[in-house]
Design a protein around this ligand. Sequence first.
Ligand code: NAD
Length: 305
Amino acid sequence: MKAVVTGGAGFIGSRLVDALIGHGAEVHVLDNLSTGNRGRLHAQAVLHQADIRDPEAKAILAGIQPDTLFHLAAQADVQRSIQEPGCDAGINIAGTVNMLDACRESGVRKFIFASTSAVYGKLERMPLAVTDPVQPISYYGLSKLTAEHYIRLYHAFYGLNYTILRYGNVYGPGQTAKGEGGVIAIFMERLKNNLTLPINGDGEQTRDFVYVDDVAAANIAAVKLGDRGTYHVSTGSRTSINHVVRELQRIRGEAVTVQYRDAKEGDIRDSCLDNRLTTAELAWQPAVPLEEGLLLTYKSWQQQT
Ligand code: NAD
């Protein structure tokens, strides 16, 4: 397989690159390094530093002629999307359309897209199914949802095959303490500096935390399966923030101090994504339990200098 990973120097993209190379793929990364980091890249990956919005990015794809494109490059910060909606739309919508055009011109066989549970907005059905109504409450959720629609219409007009993957809260080594779903990274950074863990509200709010390598594996499963489908990449179970803290306490072997503060306005209470369709149609399931994933993440933070 010859693959391009946009955003391949980012948190999730870089682990996907590692997994693809492990599967024997030739991997090219298209990334402008705005939040990504060259140091994360596997030595065998070829980095093309460019912006997904630029015509240059199209020319790069035409030169590579990949068979699969994993589109992970994005403006992935919810708060920034609210402060700078134009920039968010430019990257997440226009950038995606530019990549779709590039795929058409370069004869790419499949487009695999990183979407998000943010498309559901405040909907708190438990667990959420991919057929549930979407109603984003941030420009980030809206731009990702709009990109999904472009991808589906691109198939209708031009026959480009695709799989859309809506991720839960992804965590794991290499995540920085900002951006979407970064609560575990925030806790890790604070623990490393022996600081109190801040908890918004009573800590009983829940999230569907999925380990980064499981997300990479779902992307790889989508190369051959899940044509024209939309799937959750999640555990299908809810974990409270207090539970995460208890686990971290156990891993650390000593008490962790927490500080409860006011709940963040606009935060949803619970989030859980049904993954039964994914396990059935992508032959994928999450392999890393939370306890193990937290331990791996904790160790990697402690090793950082
Ligand atoms: P990240 O910020 O670590 O990675 C994004 C990568 O895209 C970075 O390497 C960045 O340099 C690159 N990039 C950004 N804008 C670009 C542009 N205009 N041109 C070229 N490259 C550009 O974020 P991440 O957490 O690894 O997220 C990867 C994808 O997964 C994103 O599409 C995000 O929306 C999606 N996602 C993430 C989560 C999560 O919990 N982290 C949850 C749901 C969906």
